[in-house]
Design a protein. Structure first.
Lengths: 323, 275
């Protein structure tokens, strides 16, 4: 890894550590620094233990895991489509996963887990998008169309559900970490397992970015490789969506920010995951603390950040083209 | 360059051999029952009208398009019997148009040519490093190795792609219109470079549009028309006014290149062009 990449990773780790300290020591329940440290060392009182081990730590861990999963999936998809807009949240995979999860929550018997619905929904959208759009730009355009279609399906599903169910589903659809920590163990295991193939794929993806003919002549089977990439990336997306809902823009922005910051011309799957984790934890802290005691869903915060990001990227591109 | 391994070739000395090959692409037959042979160590140039299947033939050899019927043999062994990476170590392909990832450095682009030698977990080795350094030196890009490919001139950029092929260390190099987007100075520079690589012992198969360049640089010429080979052999014997008219539908006169003594072509008339 080049020096810039190493500095970036070190900086991200330091930022993550700082954010963890803030997340652990601040919040509506006032717990002093000393109490935090002693509780972590196993000496705190009942109340501090509850707040730290049942609320703050699981929530920050979930933010890190979900942010990392979304960003890694984004890095895989953007590289595969050779398009910075080819991230799962823009091309309908995240929406499809949400549709699947909603269907599992609202229509199917409770024994069907939302995660299974999310995987099926995401894969179904991917299959349709790949069949209709192939790869590259067309896949992105077809995916954007599918995303619009599925957004209305999601709205329809909400109207069919009873009021309380629809209410909680609507919050989940924005993307929220409120009260979702029961999903932490499952999500953490799924993401940890999927990050291994995701990281191993990055070298082949770097070659595939040169085009199918070039990849093929360098010993890669592009069509087969795309299926593997889609399955791994949908798995990561579905794990994140099942836990926290379709949180917007982390998958879009994190891989691009990582690539630009490291000045790398290849997909940085693990660095993107780290950046996504930091991004989502920061967004969640912002959403929780800025309007406290009001709890903003984290998806609303990432939506705002992402909108600003997209506008800046497009403006910079426009300026570069004018030169 | 360091010493080259001896040519591996089939019984008839062919690096590449196609027998009755039919290739269908998107349900359209592009090559129908084509047979040809490329001698090991030759600089073979494919010429022919647009859309007659030259690019497809190269891709069929490199293994990037499936063959519907017939056999493709590389170094005496059927293409099917080659493993993907194994074939990539012997045969390299430079497609017609290439897009480098945004911001990639020359050295990093060239390094991607090492892919067939590396498994997913293998670290970058000293052998990889020296292959890249040699490729950069052979193409005269050492000085710009740490610059972004988007900043290079058209000629340098094409040489960077060629360097990637050299880093791949493939004995057989397939080049699809390598000179198309270059000005004449850069065209000749690239062809001279290919000539040197040929002299070092590589087998080079290139699609070229300029018949005069084909006559000057090729050791062998294959004239393709209508999905089949209409003439094959030494350029001076094959490239005649008659063959050119058959392949391109253009009547022309043949002169002699005052520099190299090879044939040069002057178009006379194109049927249907009102002349």
């Amino acid at each position: 890894m080049r020096l810039r990449g190493v500095v970036l990773v070190a900086g991200l780790c330091a930022t993550a550590a700082g954010l963890i300290v803030v997340a652990v020591s601040t919040g509506t329940a006032a717990i002093s620094w000393g109490e935090v440290v002693s509780t972590l060392l196993g000496e705190g009182d009942e109340r501090s233990r509850l707040v730290l081990f049942e609320l703050r730590l699981p929530r920050l861990a979930l933010a890190l895991v979900v942010g990392g999963a979304l960003a890694a999936a984004g890095a895989l998809f953007q590289s595969m489509t050779r398009n910075p807009l080819g991230s799962p949240d823009l091309v309908g995979f995240t929406t499809g996963a949400a549709t699947g999860a909603l269907a599992a929550l609202l229509l199917l018997p409770t024994a069907v887990p939302a995660g299974a619905g999310a995987v099926v929904g995401g894969l179904a959208v991917a299959a349709v998008a790949l069949a209709l759009g192939g790869t590259g730009h067309r896949l992105v355009l077809v995916g954007i169309g599918l995303a619009a279609l599925l957004t209305s399906v999601n709205a329809y599903l909400l109207t069919r559900a009873d009021v309380t169910e629809a209410q909680s589903a609507a919050v989940w659809l924005v993307g929220s970490l409120n009260g979702r920590t029961a999903y932490l163990p499952m999500t953490a295991i799924a993401v940890a397992v999927l990050l291994v193939p995701a990281a191993l794929l990055s070298r082949s993806l770097a070659v595939m970015e040169l085009g199918d003919d070039k990849a093929d002549s360098l010993g890669i089977a592009p069509a087969r490789m795309r299926v593997v990439v889609v399955v791994v990336a949908i798995g990561l997306t579905a794990a994140a969506v099942a836990a926290a809902g379709p949180i917007a823009f982390v998958a879009l922005a994190a891989p691009q920010l990582a690539r630009r910051a490291a000045r790398a011309a290849r997909p940085l799957v693990l660095t993107s995951a780290l950046l996504g984790a930091v991004l989502l934890l920061a967004s969640d802290l912002l959403a929780q603390r800025v309007l406290a005691p009001q709890q903003l869903p984290v998806g609303a915060a990432t939506g705002v950040l992402g909108g600003v990001y997209l506008a800046v990227v497009l403006a910079l591109n426009a300026r570069r083209e004018r030169r | 360059m360091t010493t080259q391994p001896p040519h591996a070739s089939g019984a008839n000395g062919a690096a590449i051999d196609l027998q009755h090959v039919t290739i269908a692409y998107h349900r359209r037959v592009v090559c129908d029952d084509i047979s040809l042979s490329v001698a090991a160590g030759s600089f073979t140039v494919l010429v022919g009208a647009n859309g007659c299947g030259k690019s497809t033939l190269l891709k069929a050899v490199a293994g990037t398009v499936p063959v519907a019927a017939g056999t493709v043999t590389v170094e005496g062994r059927p293409r099917r019997a080659w493993g993907r990476r194994e074939l990539a170590r012997r045969v390299g392909l430079l497609p017609q148009s290439n897009v480098a990832p945004e911001g990639i450095l020359v050295r990093d682009l060239v390094a991607r040519g090492r892919h067939p030698y590396r498994s997913a977990l293998q670290r970058w080795s000293r052998a990889d490093d020296s292959a890249v350094d040699e490729a950069l030196a052979a193409t005269g890009l050492t000085a710009v190795a740490d610059e972004a490919v988007d900043r290079l001139s058209g000629g340098q950029r094409q040489r960077a792609w060629l360097a990637m092929l050299l880093a791949q260390r493939s004995e057989i190099m397939l080049l699809d219109e390598p000179t198309t987007y270059l000005d004449i100075a850069h065209q000749h520079e690239l062809l001279e470079l290919l000539g040197r690589l040929h002299a070092e012992g590589r087998t080079i198969v290139a699609v070229l549009h300029d018949l005069n360049q084909a006559a000057r640089y090729a050791s062998d010429v294959l004239v393709v028309a209508g999905g089949r080979v209409v003439a094959a052999g030494r350029p001076a014997e094959v490239l005649t006014a008659q063959v050119v008219e058959e392949a391109f539908g253009v009547r022309c006169r043949v002169g002699t290149d005052p520099v190299s003594g090879t044939p040069v072509f002057f178009t006379e008339s194109v049927p249907g062009a009102g002349g």
